[in-house]
Design a binder for this molecule. Structure first.
Ligand code: SAM
Length: 247
């Protein structure tokens, strides 16, 4: 059975897509996507031999070798131009996902949707999308086995009525807390609009991590430690205010 995380990603693949799943590992997502009709054909890309072998095995066992092509290579290198119209990249850091998109930017022509699931560094990925003509149209946050995951769905700016200006427009929530574009990149422009309990849990846990950093900074002799600590303290205060105003 597909995990809740992969199920959410699967839900965001439009029916009949030509899918490329990069960093596919066991190729669970492309197999499930073809099975349910979300994809009519798929490429599973893997750079590492172990996961590549696992993907090959899975596709053979599923009897889908005619519609799923498993390819070994770095990022979008495994694709030819126009081959995929939906790309999924999941289970890696946001900066690695952004680097994969960046290195293969010419392969994004003709792609009408990206479904991305960064494990960390969501802000880096939102910024990359924003500065490369992709509009975040939806985002999701969910918890599974004690881990929290975000799923970002983006479409090319010429294919959606939404604009990045609207999505990242500074806004005021509650009684006057201003969410700047910078904070929207960090917390998520959609997640802050309709936060669920998992969103609250994520930011409580981020504040805990920041608390640990403050403790180690208080023992540090680095000349920048005091400045860094005051920056973190004001971030914590701000996050507390935001959580207090959100439902
Ligand atoms: N996408 C699957 C998922 O979400 O369940 C697997 C995630 S797994 C944690 C990350 C996979 O990405 C690994 O199998 C790794 O080999 C692969 N990977 C890392 N960097 C890659 C790259 N530059 N190109 C292709 N695959 C990569």
């Amino acid at each position: 059975k597909l995990s809740r995380r992969l199920t959410k990603i699967l839900e965001k693949i439009p029916r009949g897509s030509k899918l490329a799943d990069i960093g596919s590992d066991h190729a669970l997502l492309p197999v499930a996507a073809v099975e349910c009709g979300a994809a009519v054909q798929a490429v599973a890309g893997e750079v590492n031999p172990g996961p590549y072998d696992a993907a090959v095995k899975q596709v053979i066992e599923s009897g889908m070798t005619d519609v799923i092509s498993v390819r070994k290579g770095d990022g979008l290198n495994v694709l030819s131009a126009g081959e995929a119209d939906v790309i999924t990249i999941a289970g890696m850091g946001g900066s690695l996902i952004a680097a994969i998109l960046d290195r293969g930017i010419e392969k994004l022509a003709g792609v009408r949707r990206l479904v991305l699931q960064p494990n960390v560094g969501e802000d880096i990925l939102r910024r990359w999308l924003h500065s490369h003509g992709w509009v975040l149209i939806e985002e999701w946050i969910l918890e599974e086995d004690g881990k929290i995951y975000e799923v970002l769905v983006a479409e090319p700016s010429d294919a959606t009525d939404l604009t990045n200006e609207q999505v990242y427009k500074e806004r005021t929530i509650g009684d006057g807390v201003r969410l700047s574009a910078d904070w929207l990149f960090r917390m998520g422009p959609w997640l802050t609009q309709s936060p669920n309990p998992v969103f609250h849990d994520k930011w409580k846990s981020e504040m805990e991590k920041m608390g640990h950093i403050l403790q180690s900074l208080s023992r540090s002799d680095l000349p920048t430690a005091a400045d860094k600590a005051s920056e973190i303290r004001s971030d914590i205060e701000f996050i507390q205010e935001v959580l207090a105003c959100l439902p």
